[in-house]
Design a protein around this ligand. Structure first.
Ligand SMILES: NC(=O)c1ccc[n+]([C@@H]2O[C@H](COP(=O)([O-])OP(=O)(O)OC[C@H]3O[C@@H](n4cnc5c(N)ncnc54)[C@H](O)[C@@H]3O)[C@@H](O)[C@H]2O)c1
Length: 256
């Protein structure tokens, strides 16, 4: 356990799945959390699950929309009376498709949410974090950001880009006291993305994630909290000499 009392974290894509687990964990360790997501109903439900009185709030925001991110940043900073110490760029989408069947619109949307969304949040919030003396950024990549995978052209491109952005920002921001790392989840269960991927796999006659878990050295699918624990570590002082890293949390599925 870490003590994050007095810290403030923005978590994007916090209404469901991995982002929700990150928000719950950070809040459980005393951090005030601002939940950002496009899904208003799920956002309200997640906010209601956090302990009350912890300085938590939510913003309905599409991270691919720069003006919306600016507005959410202003509202969040006003609510806290201070800038965030932590930014977790977790919001993401993924659609299974190869170069033979991905549509230009799907390619663009994947890049807009995953890459441009990460850029937008950093572009808007990093200057304030720098002026406040430092902070921590964690970007949600994937093992698909380290190796090309089948039927994942746009998603792989977006996650490789996130690892590149993580490394570039880590160098540029080190002198400003801002550490930037990424987490690369493997096959994580109990998320909306996993449900959608399993549905698409079934339609293509491919095995589900559960049917492929024997391929994972630790012999189980990951859970959102496996990722949340890695994020909690990366933003802690225990990781104070780590920046620019892209940490696999894959049960051994990917090791490079
Ligand atoms: N589930 C996995 O196996 C897995 C593996 C590797 C990486 N990841 C990554 O983890 C992150 C979270 O995925 P998840 O599995 O929890 O999926 P999820 O679909 O359960 O959660 C994603 C959240 O992002 C939100 N979101 C989508 N578009 C948004 C936008 N434009 N603006 C703001 N919020 C938006 C959704 O509403 C949702 O709440 C993603 O970046 C994903 O690529 C997931």
């Amino acid at each position: 356990m870490y003590n994050y009392a007095g810290k403030r974290a923005i978590v994007t894509g916090a209404a469901h799945g991995i982002g929700k687990a990150i928000a719950m964990r950070l809040a459980g360790e005393g951090c005030a959390v601002s939940l950002w997501d496009v899904n208003q109903a799920a956002l309200q439900s997640t906010l209601a699950e956090l302990n009350q009185g912890g300085g938590h709030h939510s913003q309905v925001v599409d991270v691919s929309d720069l003006d919306a991110v600016k507005a959410a940043s202003i509202a969040t900073t006003k609510a806290w009376g201070a800038v965030p110490d932590v930014l977790v760029n977790n919001a993401g989408i993924g659609r299974l498709a190869s170069i033979l069947d991905v549509t230009p619109a799907d390619f663009d949307r994947t890049m807009e949410v995953n890459v441009r969304g990460t850029f937008n949040c950093c572009h808007v919030l990093v200057p304030a974090m720098r002026d406040a003396g430092g902070g921590n950024i964690v970007n949600m990549a994937s093992w698909f950001g380290k190796s090309g995978r089948p039927n994942s052209l746009a998603y792989c491109a977006s996650k490789f880009a996130i690892i590149g952005m993580t490394q570039s920002m880590a160098i540029d921001l080190a002198a400003h006291g801002i550490r930037v790392n990424a987490v690369c989840p493997g096959t994580i269960d109990n998320t909306e993305m996993r449900k959608q991927a399993d549905e698409t796999a079934a339609a293509l006659g491919l095995p589900s994630a559960a049917e492929r878990q024997h391929l994972i050295p630790l012999q189980r699918l990951g859970q959102p909290d496996d990722i949340a624990r890695a994020v909690a570590f990366l933003i802690s002082d225990e990781a104070s000499y780590m920046t620019g890293q892209s940490i696999n949390v894959t049960g051994g599925l990917w090791m490079n």
